[in-house]
Design a protein around this ligand. Sequence first.
Ligand code: NMX
Ligand code: MLT
Length: 386
Amino acid sequence: LVIQLVFMTYSNIFLQDRLKKLKSEHGKVQLGNISVDMVLGGMRGMTGMLWETSLLDPEEGIRFRGLSIPECQKVLPAAIKDGEPLPEGLLWLLLTGKVPTKEQVDALSKELLSRSKVPDHVYAAIDALPSSAHPMTQFTTGVMALQVSHFSSRLVLIAPLILASCSDHEGGNVSAHTGHLVIFIFLSCHLSLMIIQLQVGSALSDPYLSFAAALNGLAGPLHGLANQEVLLWIKSVIEETGSDISTDQLKEYVWKTLKSGKVVPGYGHGVLRQTDPRYTCQREFALKHLPEDPLFKLVSKLYEVVPPILTELGKVKNPWPNVDAHSGVLLNHFGLSEARYYTVLFGVSRGIGIGSQLIWDRALGLPLERPKSVTMEWLENYCKNK
Ligand code: NMX
Ligand code: MLT
């Protein structure tokens, strides 16, 4: 199986030639103009990097290797009939660009499981932290500790089913971009061993260091920590107003949050301009499996109440919910009520996407990323002389 997977991934090696051709024939084609707004606005809307595993459309949402979330749900193998796609199937798809069979996914799961023993020193490193350490700090510490082990030919994959859709969100999001930026590794393929053997080169960060950096970005409340924040916020609504909350009370609470200078967690997005399809797929799952869950009912009510309020604010580009508005409620329903762990699950899931693209970064020999920065004075002078 491993040989098959590596072969399929690298049989696409002709992509190196495609990349060379693209560069030599079209290297000078302009992809757009950079405005001062873009420079001051976190590089929004600048097309500036190559990311093969997924592509995000502002209206439609994410496509993994060309497949939308509903399409993935249809074609990727599930553990049970009509169940949700297995994360290993998504990993296969991201790596090879091909939809795997159930047998291939099962064999991959077995292979990964056989390589999933975590060395004792990793637990010791995590245990050495104070018990108050946030789970994301524990996670990053664990990943960093793995870096000094001989774990590098192994891949732990425990991505939970419902979060598989968070695996990749093209390259520009904070976590993926950070991982991509930091990753400059030598990758050699050990056909006989495992999918990937990642080795540290001189002054180059290996995947553990890179993934740890990505996780640190994910741990921010405007990015992955938002799923924790959403559940805590929803619980605070209930604490303050009781569970039988009216629409007017909810509106009032949303306004109160905004007036205190906070954002409404789980709403808005840096790229998307519609409801996140990951939210929609989780909502459909909830309608099927937990329609009476009181927190789900509240999340549904928020879907009616929040967008008009954010629209009224006048400055929010996307008033619709993102994935984090929903995931916590599902996890809570199935017994994971410790909201502080939610971002860890997001991180495990994101490892699938970052890891898959990492292989392609090396296969395609992508160069060191180093965009140019300028000072305010430079911009002022440039604009004056225009
Ligand atoms: N609640 C209140 N204000 C908001 C919200 C929101 N949910 N979303 C955007 N705004 C504000 C934003 O703070 C900015 O205000 P100001 O000009 O005063 O700084 C203004 O609207 C324009 O922001 P946008 O261009 O619409 O959004 P931007 O690309 O800057 O930020 C987010 C995107 C995701 C950071 C932002 O929508 C947000 O803070 N959302 C809440 C946190 C969240 O759910 N994050 C998870 C994102 C998904 N993920 O997993 O990473
Ligand atoms: C993500 O999944 O990374 C988030 O939706 C944020 C983004 O795409 O910028």
